[in-house]
Design a protein around this ligand. Structure first.
Ligand code: AGP
Length: 610
């Protein structure tokens, strides 16, 4: 969650670092700071709150220097404050360090260092690390002291450190938290936790792997392991055009990304559908075709919105491939005793590819012999590199904290996985062609929903008066009810609960009254009549109903108070359409309430700690 950046080269470091921190603001943070090597010392400034506070502080100084580090912090240990903000320094203020992750054994290290006379000023786990480097630096050069200290750490880190004693060197490392090296030119480098901070300066990047250290000097860079042995690495080209990550005229990234969904869906399908043969064509899955053929059971693990995508995938795969599927929260999966064997395929779904709980679940699944596949959006992310194989979602950078287009891409990928598994089994070429054809028609159908955007915004304005909502659905839209509720909660801070429409009678209906509206997803599918009767039960108790219904269904309009229509499609693909009005509804309710839509309170874009 923290934003990390370091620059070493020939240009003034301060503006480069501040620009990089700004490009990572979307990750969510509560304080920021930087440290710049001066002629014979290090100048460090850090402030609680947004970057503007730090900028105002820096305006009082004339910071020179072409080597520096910067950080935006999302607090895990120690409350948000100036003193707890990064960078952190050693007793002699010669070493400065920034960190993303958790030092799990910081208490033991702090006790041992205190006994050696080190004094601590902050409540953070990170500060311990810089004092540990200082302790080793008494007998070792900076680079060796840095590596030795990391070998004593238990936990996770994306870390960058500089020393006034060796002003032409910068050390970076990663274990469980992203770290990317950008190669600007000879002797000019940038390291960051997010490629968004790098791509303005270079497209040539190296994604560090866990346990790797990067040594940067004006003479060049080296990548080593924690035994200080050089390791092989590949230079990758970043193919995202940074304007993709800008708002392109929309008021918020979230709205831009909702509108990107037709293109995102096409990008996820591009080169992956063989319509004539009714086949999916995902390289990573094709490489594992034999083990997938042998798969007797699928477990889908994810968190949050990705988990709800997985729940839709469960229905798809079970209905069209006839394989039993279970969907698990990675936070639960990693601590229980899942029954896994070589006939189990685990599918990990993640936008960021850095969700800590899911990384752990992936490692656990590999340990137990499962085939572990990934449906991940961020290229080169940890999960993307941990799994045996997989397919990127190609949704492009998703900046809004509330996931929308990545969710659409995940649903699309799961439909492709269904096609792959189904056609390996009983699914006919005709059925395969029907699914392939309808998938390719989805972008246009999503665009038809945008034609109702003004009406949806008007409804959202009306519904923003309420404080409690049910979101209800069945079968393929059971999970969409939960996703719709999550979207509303995340961006509007209003209370919303997702429920199976069939569960209402078993208690929740007691809450229904004029002040407790329900959003009911009721497309003309195999459970239409069932959901319709649930809708009537709500009306019988004076509950207000906003229905998501199939275009042309006038019957629902006679019962519900308000209706938003979605085009007809295959039942298994209705979630890709039903979710769009719910995303827009959540967005416009939040906009009416004046919320910080792209960076909602308390949330971060990627939950890289437990
Ligand atoms: C969704 O809108 C939330 N931002 C959150 O639930 C998110 O889906 C979850 O943290 C999983 O993130 P990931 O897809 O990056 O793993």
């Amino acid at each position: 969650m923290c934003g990390i950046i370091g620059y070493i080269g020939k240009q003034p470091a301060t503006p480069i670092i501040m620009d990089g921190l700004k490009r990572m603001e979307y990750r969510g943070y509560d304080s920021a700071g930087l440290a710049i090597i001066q002629s014979d010392s290090i100048a460090c400034h850090k402030k609680e709150g947004k970057l503007g506070n730090l900028q105002a502080e820096l305006a009082k100084y004339d910071l020179v220097g072409s080597v520096g580090i910067g950080h935006t912090r999302w607090a895990t240990h120690g409350k948000p404050s100036d003193v707890n903000a990064h960078p952190h320094n050693d007793c002699r203020e010669e070493i400065y360090l920034i960190h993303n992750g958790i030092i799990e054994n910081y208490h033991d290290i702090k006790t041992a260092l205190s006994a050696k006379g080190h004094t601590f000023y902050s409540a953070t786990d990170t500060e311990v690390l810089v004092h540990l480097i200082e302790e080793h630096h008494k007998t070792l050069p900076f680079e060796e002291a840095f590596i030795t200290a990391l070998n004593e750490v238990v936990g996770t880190y994306g870390v960058v450190a500089i020393s006034s004693k060796e002003p032409n060197k910068m050390m970076a490392a990663r274990l469980g938290s992203p770290m990317i090296l950008g190669i600007i030119g000879d002797g000019e480098y940038i390291v960051a936790s997010d490629v968004a901070a790098i791509m303005k300066h270079t497209r040539e990047v190296v994604y560090l792997n866990d346990g790797e250290v990067c040594v940067l000097t004006e003479g060049g860079y080296e990548i080593k392991d924690l035994k200080a042995q050089a390791v092989q690495h590949t230079i990758q080209q970043v193919d995202w055009d940074f304007t993709q990550a800008q708002k392109q005229g929309y008021p918020h990234f979230m709205l831009k990304e909702i509108h990107e969904q037709p293109d995102v869906l096409m990008n996820a399908l591009r080169g992956r559908v063989k319509q004539e043969e009714g086949l999916a064509h995902m390289r990573g899955f094709l490489e594992q075709a034999e083990r997938l053929q042998d798969t007797k059971r699928v477990i889908i693990v994810a968190m949050g919105t990705a988990l709800y995508a997985g729940q839709v995938g469960e229905y798809m795969i079970e209905e069209y491939a006839g394989i039993p599927v279970e969907v698990e929260s990675a936070a639960e999966f990693r601590y229980r005793k899942p029954v896994i064997d070589e006939h189990t395929t685990v599918i990990a779904i993640s936008q960021s590819g850095e969700t800590a709980d899911l990384i752990a679940a992936v490692k656990e699944s590999k340990l137990k012999g499962a085939l572990v596949l990934g449906l991940v959006n961020v290229v080169g992310s940890t999960i993307a590199r941990e799994v045996h194989a997989g397919a990127y979602c190609h949704a492009g950078p998703e900046i809004g904290v509330a996931s929308t287009k990545a969710f659409m891409a995940q649903l699309t990928m799961l439909a492709l996985v269904t096609l792959h598994l189904g056609r390996q089994r009983g699914m006919s070429v005709v059925m395969g062609q029907r699914i392939a054809k309808e998938l390719l028609a989805m972008p246009e159908k999503i665009k038809q929903i945008f034609a109702q955007e003004k009406a949806i915004a008007k409804l959202a304005k009306e519904y923003s008066q309420y404080h409690d909502f049910f979101f209800l659905g069945r079968k393929y839209n059971y999970a969409i009810a939960y996703e719709g509720a999550l979207k509303l909660k995340e961006v509007s801070y209003l209370h919303a609960e997702g429920y199976g429409a069939g569960d209402l009678k078993h208690g929740p209906i007691a809450l229904i009254d004029e002040q407790f509206p329900s959003v009911v997803i009721v497309p003309q599918d195999s459970v239409y009549e069932k959901v319709l009767s649930n809708l009537q039960e709500i009306k019988a108790r004076s509950g207000r109903v906003l229905a998501i219904a199939t275009e042309g269904d006038t019957h629902v309009a006679d019962i519900a108070d308000d209706v938003i229509y979605i085009p007809k499609t295959l039942e298994m693909l209705t979630p890709l359409l039903a979710v769009v009005p719910l995303q827009l509804f959540a967005y416009y309710v939040a906009d009416t309430l004046g919320r910080d839509i792209d960076q909602p309170r308390n949330l971060a874009k990627s939950v890289t700690v437990e």
